[in-house]
Design a protein around this ligand. Sequence first.
Ligand code: AHR
Length: 572
Amino acid sequence: MPNIRTGRAAGFLKFTGCVALIASVPALAQSAAPASGPIATSAATANPGPLTIQADRPGPVINRDIFGQFAEHLGRGVYGGVWVGPDSKIPNVRGIRTDVVDALRAIKVPVVRWPGGCFADEYHWRDGVGPAAKRVTTVNTNWANAVEPNTFGTDEFMDFARQIGSEAYLSVNVGSGTVQEAGDWLGYMTSVAPASAARERALNGHKEPYRIKYLGLGNEMWGCGGPLTPDEYVTKMKTFAHFVHNQNPEQAAPPIDFAKIAKDLMTGKPMDGLPRNPNGMRRIAAGPNSADPSYTEVIMKAWKTRSPIYWDIDGISLHQYTWGSLPFAEPATNFGEKEYATVLMQTQLMDRTITKHSEIMDKYDPNKAIALVVDEWGVWLKPTEGTEPMFLEQQNSLRDGIAAAMNINIFARHADRVRMTNIAQMVNVLQSMIMTDGSKMLLTPTYHVYKMYVPFQDATYLPVTFGAGEYKFDKITLPKVDALAARGKDGQVWLSLVNLDPNAAADVNASVAGITANRADGEVLTAPSFNSVNTYSKPAAVAPKPFSASASNGKLMLHLPPHSVTVVRLQP
Ligand code: AHR
C-alpha cells in the first residue's frame, strides 16, 4: 500500500508568492505610453514606414534556449498532459503520451524546466525513483492539495526530455530541502561507477549518467520558495552552488590551474572566473519578482565579489506574468478590444523590465557573463469554467499567440543578456502549447507561433529599422507592427512581422541592406477575431496558412492581415 504523506496549508495560502507579483505590475495608466526601444527608429506614424533589415550589421546569436518550456507538477500539466502511464489505452511510450511527444518534437523544444515552480521547493526526489509500486504518494500542497502519485519522477522526466529531443533544466529544492538532498539527487543523476548512486540508477534502468544543462537554485525565493530577503537567499544559495556537484565526466569542470590563481592573487589581478567546460552544467540563481530590483542587485553584488573556486552562477532567473486588468480573472474567451489592447500593452512591459534588470547587471558584469533567464512568463487568465481553479487551466486565443510573438521578439532584442526563457507552461496549464482531454489533444495559437519561429533558434540577430506605425485604443498606444529579423542557421534571412492592429491590415515595404530580395515565403497566423480559439470540435480555427509576397522594383510589399503573426524567409 502506498504511504500518504499529508501536506499542510491549503493552496490559496501558498499562493501569496504569486500575489506579490501583481503588486509590482505597473499601473495601467503608467504603461499606456508608446512602446520605445529597438523596434522603431523613426517617429511612430499611423501606418508603418519602409522597413530595412541591416543584414550587414549582425548582432548576437538568439540562443535557442529562449524557446524553452516549463512543466510543473500542477493540475494536469504532467499527469494527463504528458504522463498517462504504460497501461493506458492512450498511445504512449513507457507511459509518456505519443501525440504530445510528436507535437513537441515538431517545435524543437530546446530545454524543459522541471519539476516546478512552487512545487520544486517542496519536492523530494527520492519519492519519485525506483519501482513504481513502491513509490510514495504525497500531496501537492501548492496546487489544490492534489494527490501526487510520484509515478512521474526523475527517470520518467529524463525519458520524456529524451523523447522530445530536449535538454533538462532541473530546479532543486532550496526552500524546504537540504544541500545534502540536492547533492544526492545530482549524484543519482550524474555519478558513474563505482559510486553507489550510479549503481542505484543503473538498477532503475539507466546505466549512463544523465546530462543536465541547467540547475535552478530554488524558485521564487521571495515568495513560495521562501520567503527570504535577498541577503538571506544569497547566503543559502551559495552553499547549494558550492556543494551540489554534477559528476557526469562529460560535464566536469576542467582542472583548476592553481599556479595561475596564485599569480593572479600575487599581482592583485581580479579572478574573473575559472576555465569552463562548454558542456558544463550552468547554475541559475532564483531572481527577481517582475520589476523589483532587490534580488538582482544583491545577487550581482555577491557574484562580483565571489571567489569562483568556491561558488559561481551562470544566470539569474526573472518571473513576469501578464495578468490583464483583472488578475487571475481576465477573461480568456469572448473578450473585447479593451481586454485585447490591455494584455498586449502589458506584454510590452517585458521590455522595460528586462532593460531595468540588465542595467543593474551591466554595473557588475559589463561582459555579460551572467544570463538573465526569464524562466516563467506568459498570460495568466481566468481559469476555464468547470475546472479546478488552482489547476490554472485556461483557454488560449489568437491574442495570446500574438502576445507570445511580441515577447519572443523582446527576448531576441535582448539576446546579449537573455539567453534562456521558459514559457508557463507546456501542457494544460496557463499559456500552454498543448491541451489534452483524455485521448484528445489540441494545439493552441501559442504552439503555432513557436512552430513558426523555429528558424529563429540559434539564428543571428539582424537589426531592423522602420517606422512601426501606431495602434491606439482609448488611452493605450502601441506600435502597429512589431518586427524581428535574423539570419538563420540555414544562412537565410528570416523576418517576423506582428500586426497588432485588430481593425486594419498593414502594408510593410521591406528590403534588406546589400541584398536583393525578390520573394518572401512563409506562413501567417490569423483568424476571424482576436479572441478566436481552438477547440476539440474546431481544432484548426487558429492555424497558420501559407503566405508569400513578391518584389517590385527591388522592394517587397508584405500585406499583413489585422491581428496576425507572419514569418517569412526572404529569397533572392
Ligand atoms: O507557473 C505557476 C506558478 O507561478 C509557479 O509555480 C510559480 O513559480 C509562479 O508563481
